[in-house]
Design a protein around this ligand. Sequence first.
Ligand code: TRP
Length: 444
Amino acid sequence: MASNSRAQFSSKFGFIMAAAGSAVGLGNIWGFPTQTASNGGAVFLFVYLAMICLLAFPMLVAELTIGRYGQSDPIGSIRAVWPKGRSGAILLGLAAMITASLILSFYSIVAGWLVGSFAGSLFDIVGLTTASDWVNSFGPARNLTLMVTFMLLTMHVVKNGVHDGIELWSTRLMPVLFGLFAILIIYIFTLDGATEGLKMYLIPDFSHLSPKLVVSAMGQAFFSLSLGVGTIMVYGSYLSKDINIPKTAAQVAAVDTGVAIGAGLLILPAMFVAKAQGVQIFSEAGELLSSDTLVFTVLPAMFDTMGGAGLVVSLIFFLLMIIAALTSSISMLEVPVACAIEELNHKRSTAVAWIGGLITLIAAVIVFNFGALFGLVIEITTVYGQPILGLCFALLVGWVWSRNKLLEEIKQGYPELEKGLFWKIWPLYVRIVCPVFMILVFFA
Ligand code: TRP
């Protein structure tokens, strides 16, 4: 696909579902509840919400706008707003690409666990208990098999391009996921122990508040909205000009935050339900045990309470979760793939094959050095990479880009922009407040 015939999302709904599909994923259902549970509950929730409104939402608008203006892969789009900084644009684009790829490498491992839980339920239903035990065990061979399966799925969707791949999947399946979530939340509150989790989730204990918590909440907000690696920029470049960017960004942020809050409402009560059933969740000292795999322990415990129906519900649940992870992973892979297509003139299928293959290799290295690398890669990419790149994007929009061009770009699709509150606050906000805020939080 040459850059003069760029693909586009075909409808506003399709775009919102694709962007929400990118945003909603393991970050919401695995990352957010785990972080909330290990950071004292309600306090983390409140700081997280503040971070979404004060920092992540304005940055979402910034990244979308760069992308739609540039109509190109992230390197090309950054170059468009920063014509004098040719090598700077390449460097920044490359850094974004590498961060996106590294995020995908650990993401595919965790998503593989979902594939394992799904296959486990399937094997249980047909009575293959040995196979079920294997996919639910935790070893390098099992992790590798599941990760490769998930990477192949991701590569398959991205190979089909924007319209028939990304948009089609997101539009059909995201709404089903939301519905099932709602049903499970209602169900969990019929079980013993659930209200204890609700208390932890909603009643703040401010003794947990610390600079580290604020940094974690910022990282989580960036991760959850897929910011700081060019994902949103690429999706913005497929966005048609008649769409109101600030409004659409607000809708995407709202859907994503709604799902995160919902996931907390399910997982934290489920933790205490599991505890009431004798599953060890906390250590003697009250620390969360094995936080990486927490969700994969408490959810099956919940499904067990449902008797025979539990197997079917768990099958549907993990299938939808795999799809949620897939609509996120494809958005990560799209970043380097778009760069290879538009900067190196590769065919989409070629780009997907070599880049996907490389990321699978990196993920395999992590699988075989899990203890040393898994946490490290997560930390480097989400605690450092995303916020630092986000800061660069804010500086680009706030200081490098001409304000007139910025105004013109957002005005398409939002003609009354200058009359509203948004334009009075946001430009200055991205220029000063966001960068200062990020630097402060970072060095705290
Ligand atoms: N936001 C997604 C989630 O919450 C993950 C994701 C997709 C992502 N694209 C990204 C995270 C780009 C960081 C950067 O699961």
